[in-house]
Design a protein around this ligand. Sequence first.
Ligand code: DHB
Ligand code: FE
Length: 289
Amino acid sequence: MARIIGGLTTSHVPSIAGAMARGEERTPYWKPFFDAFTPVHEWLNRERPDVAIVIYNDHGLNFFLDKMPTFSVGAAARYDNADEGWGIPILPSFEGDVDLSWHLIEHLVADEFDLTICQEMLVDHAFTLPIKLMYPDSGGQWPVRTIPITINSIQHPLPSAMRCWKLGQAIGRAVNSFPKDMKVVVVGTGGLSHQLDGERAGLINKAFDLFCMEKIVSDPAALAALSNREIIERAGSQGVELMTWITMRGALNGDVRKVTSLYHAPISNTGGAVMLLSNGSQSVSLAAE
Ligand code: DHB
Ligand code: FE
C-alpha cells in the first residue's frame, strides 16, 4: 500500500531561486534559510520517497483570472516549468505519476471535491522551488515523481481553511488506499505572512507565523477554524498561502512529529518558514469527518 511518510512546508519566494543560481546560499542573508534544509536532506536521504504530492498556488502561469479553478490536480506524465514573470531560472521537467494521479482524482471526486483535472499543466515557482530545495544537487534528474495540486489563492472567493483541511484529509485517505507499495511525501508551499501590494505591502506578522508553526504540529484544527478574513487581516493578502500548509497537514493521518523547523524573516517580503513533519505508521481514524 502507498504510505504518506511525511509533510514538508516551505516558503517559495522566487528570490530563493536567484540566490541558488548565484551560489549565495552561504551569505549571511541566506545561510539561516538554506541551513534549514540540512536535516531535510538527511531525512530525504534516509526515507527516499518515491512521489511528492505538491500542494501549491499557481500565480497566474497555468491559470489566470479568466479561468481559475478552486482546486486542480495534475494527471500528466510530465510537467514543464515556465517563468510567470519573476525572471528566475527555468528548471528541467518533472516526471508525473499518472496512475496515482487518477487514483487521487477518482477518490477526491467520490469524496465530493469538484476538481479541475489537468492532463497538461505548466508549473510555476511555487511548485518548482520546493523540489529544487529538496534536491539541490540532482542536476535536474529529480529523484521523485510528482503530482501537482493547486489551490486558488488569487481570485476571490477563495476556499476556506476548513475546506482545505478536509481536502488534505481526503488526499490522505486516497493515498492510503492506493494498492502499490510506495512512499509519498506531501509538500505544502508558500507563506507565511506576506502582502506584496497595496497599502499594507511588506506586512510581516511574526507572532502569527510562529502561532501557525506551533499549531500546524499540535493543533491543526485551530488553523482550519480560521476565517479567510482573519487570515488576510493577520497574515496579509498573500498570507492565504497558509491554505497549502493546512491541506498538507490534513493529509498526515498518522503519528505526526516535528523533525525540523525554521523561521527566518524577512525573506524578500515574506515571513520565511520551513518545516518537516514525519507521519509515523501509528494510524488514527481515517474516516471522513
Ligand atoms: C514573494 C513571495 C511569494 O510567495 C511569491 O509567490 C512571490 C514573491 C516575495 O516575498 O518576494
Ligand atoms: Fe507565492
